[in-house]
Design a protein around this ligand. Structure first.
Ligand code: ADP
Ligand code: MG
Length: 746
């Protein structure tokens, strides 16, 4: 597509800072370090905070012992030692209508910060002393001449800085840029629209955010810049969603009552109300003649697999193929087990595509898929997207994928049919975060747990006495035949690089089962590492930041609290086969306890495992802990989650208490989001950056909802396509690329 028309005024804003008069190469280089390269970057940044200058008190109006601010010029500096080891530093500030003395005791270095002639603001509590106003240890803010002279400056902005750049310099740079570029700022929002949203014109906002006549004006200006950011973002995702929906070569899949009944008969249970609602929404999408792009979000254990399978079977019944893609081989294998179990009496032609297939099996399978004989394919994203060509692909189900947009487009092509897309996630995500990550998808939420499921009883274990009782409790449950996970924050066992089980002395019988696992023929040294590093495994290794290691924990427990029980080990640094076999033995009940890292986080389903013990629990994200406890109590028995933590920090206690108190993953996610921000909630480190320019979450989430609503209205009414909003649309396209062209694969 052709680039949107840019006129000279926007070019001026795109001017590199180095060419702006009064900035120069040295400062341009410093600015680049904090991400500021053009005049636009400088003007659109929002100051860190503002100091209110309208509240400067004239000396004659000062009141004793109230917090006040004065402004003046330093006229005298005095530093003198007192008796003992003490010292007194004082400056005299002339405020025009009187003088103020500021003092510091025992901070002799303070004297170096002042020069006679400095313009300063002093904030503090004032008192009268020997006929003179005095303030001890005030907050000091230095001003430059022109700032004080400028009558417009009713408040005073402070910016994020980098070493070598002072606030004074930054403010000078901002003023240069205002002079250079403010005249070129064009407002993309029509006047009536602005008035409706109660925001100032853009040029005024940019001026006021840097040279605010008052704190109120600053707030209004800031709000305008945030709103623009969020509005453009919302329009970006909504226009993309509309473009996807406009694609017409999409399979139309109608589900007759007969097909519906046949599918339901395959499941060993009736669907819950939430599941039925999800199925209805998906069925509508599939029959609509437009591509489905739906996110199926469910709390752990709420049962989204069955909903996805319903959609897949309906697709097959309509004569199309379908694929279920997981992020790791392990998860793909687990999905496959469920598929096999439920489709045991069905004629659906299906296959699990894994690295284990021989070349011949693989080639044969790929041929059959290309010819359309195989109807249902399960595999990893990597494998399916790289190798597989489908004859008539009708529906793709994607499990646990947070980077959807990128992948999405890979499936579009103008000459092929466009499949429906269902994305699943078991990470409850607060709504604002969901918008930034999946704003271009329709969302279905399943909150309700299947009938008879009791919430996992969760307890903090934070003292020696409680630890003793906790292990006692664990032993009792194990004796009753239940099983336990013990999750550690890191792998540990660094001394035994590579495979942990190999480092365990065989003689002690510490790892009786694990010793069986180690394949003597392969030998741990030669065992190939996992050929496909997985999302969870990466995280597993990355989390080695402290806390107890699984290798050590396993050894200690086997020799101590859990002596006599069969303890195994699974973590992301073990050779893949070894890890899978440990998990398989646990699943079959051949191990009582599985000591592990977060490799068990997603998907493992062992109904007899009722105990989840997390060591150094404060080192995990809250949402992650919620995921972990979702692994237990899935069968007939009550599940227990014991969170071991010695940490007494407020944050740690608050987070673990939230888990004790709330069973609902969505509530947990909100708490986590408030306490920790987006990174923790999304669970992987790569997702720290949101696609927003100035706005921050959760701080600005209310405004995000407002902007999204407004954007929806503009897109649904088609007003976004009218000349009135052409400038705004151009901003969106410049920022996000051509979101109006779904078939562009880039
Ligand atoms: P998740 O959403 O965490 O992936 P699953 O789809 O794995 O949840 O389902 C969790 C467990 O609940 C599975 O063992 C599944 O068979 C069971 N389950 C799902 N839906 C129902 C239902 N409607 N009634 C009874 N059990 C159900
Ligand atoms: Mg599942």
């Amino acid at each position: 597509m052709s680039r949107p028309v840019t006129d000279h005024s926007t070019d001026r804003l795109a001017t590199p800072l180095v060419t702006v008069p009064g900035i120069g190469p040295r400062r341009a280089a410093l600015l680049q370090r904090i991400g500021l390269e053009t005049v636009r970057d400088v003007l659109w940044q929002i100051p860190r905070d503002v100091i209110d200058l309208t509240n400067v008190t004239p000396v004659r109006k000062l009141k004793v012992d109230e917090r006040q601010t004065v402004r003046g010029v330093v006229v005298d500096i005095d530093a003198r030692p007192l008796s003992g080891n003490r010292s007194l530093t004082a400056i005299l500030v002339d405020c025009g209508d009187g003088a103020v003395r500021a003092t510091w005791f025992n901070q002799p270095w303070v004297v170096k910060r002042f020069r006679v002639g400095d313009l300063v603001l002093l904030s503090g509590r004032f008192r009268r002393w020997r006929n003179q106003w005095e303030v001890n240890q005030p907050l000091v803010q230095w001003l430059t001449d022109d700032e004080v002279d400028s009558a417009a400056a009713g408040a005073y902005c402070r910016y994020p800085l980098t070493e070598g750049l002072s606030q004074g310099e930054m403010r000078r740079i901002v003023r240069e840029c205002l002079q250079f570029g403010l005249g070129s700022v064009a407002d993309p929002l029509p006047r009536s629209f602005r008035q409706r949203l109660h925001v100032p014109p853009l040029r005024q906002a940019i001026h006021d955010v840097h040279l605010p006549p008052s704190p109120t004006a600053f707030e209004a200006a800031r709000r305008r810049l945030l709103l623009d950011d969020l509005l453009e973002f919302s329009l970006g995702v909504l226009l993309r969603r509309r473009a996807w929906k406009s694609v017409s070569n999409v399979p139309r899949i109608e589900i007759t009552p007969k097909v519906d009944a046949r599918i339901r008969a395959l499941f060993p249970f009736a669907l819950t109300d939430d599941q039925n609602r999800a199925v209805r929404e998906i069925a509508q999408d599939l029959a609509s003649g437009r591509a489905m792009h739906r996110l199926l979000q469910a709390d752990v254990g709420a049962g989204k697999t069955v909903v996805a399978l319903y959609a897949m079977l309906a697709t097959i019944a309509a004569g199309y193929q379908t694929a279920l893609m997981a992020p790791t081989e392990l998860l793909a294998a687990q999905h496959w087990q469920v598929v096999e179990e439920w489709l045991a009496h069905s004629r659906v032609q299906r296959i699990l595509l894994t690295g284990q297939l021989t070349n011949r099996e693989r080639t044969c399978a790929l041929d059959q898929i290309r010819e359309g004989q195989i109807q249902l394919v399960v595999g990893t994203q990597a494998v399916i997207q790289r190798d597989v060509r489908f004859a008539r692909l009708g529906l793709v189900v994607i499990d646990e994928q947070h980077k959807f947009g990128v992948m999405q487009r890979a499936w579009f092509s103008s000459d092929r049919m466009c499949p429906h897309m269902l994305v699943m996630t078991a990470t409850p995500i607060p709504r604002s975060l969901c918008l930034t990550q999946f704003g271009d998808l329709d969302v279905t939420v399943i909150r309700q747990l299947p009938p008879g499921r009791r919430p996992v009883a969760t307890y903090r274990v934070d003292s020696a006495e409680r630890r003793r009782r906790a292990w006692q409790f664990v032993r009792e449950r194990l004796k009753e035949g239940r099983q336990a996970y013990v999750v550690c924050p890191r792998v540990g066992g660094e001394a035994f690089a590579g495979t942990a089980n190999a480092g365990v002395p065989a003689s002690g019988g510490l790892f009786a089962p694990a010793a069986d696992i180690a394949d003597p023929a392969a030998g741990s040294a030669q065992s190939p590492p996992d050929p496909e590093p997985t999302v969870r495994d990466e995280q597993d290794d990355a989390s080695a930041v402290g806390g107890i290691g699984a290798v050590e924990a396993a050894r200690e427990l086997q020799a101590g609290e859990l002596r006599g029980f069969r303890v195994g080990l699974a973590h992301g640094r073990m050779p893949r086969e070894e890890k899978l076999r440990a998990m398989e033995l646990f699943r079959q009940g051949e191990l009582d306890v599985l000591v592990c890292t977060t490799v068990v986080e997603v998907g493992v389903d062992v109904p007899n495992a009722t105990l989840m013990i997390v060591l150094d629990a404060d080192r995990f994200g809250l949402s992650q802990l919620h995921q972990l406890r979702g692994r237990v109590g899935r069968g007939r028995f009550q599940g227990y989650c014991l969170l071991f933590s010695e940490s007494r920090t407020e944050d740690a206690v608050a987070r673990l208490e939230a888990l004790e108190k709330h069973a609902d993953g969505f509530t947990i996610a909100e708490v986590d989001f408030e306490l920790r921000g987006p990174g923790d909630v999304l669970g992987t480190r790569q997702h720290g950056r949101l696609p927003l320019r100035a706005a921050r979450l959760p701080r600005d989430q209310k405004m995000l909802f407002e902007a999204y609503r407004v954007a929806e209205e503009l897109v649904e009414s088609g007003r976004i396509d009218t000349p009135e909003f052409a400038a705004l649309k151009t901003c969106v396209l410049e920022r996000f690329g051509d979101v109006t062209a779904p078939l562009k694969t880039g």
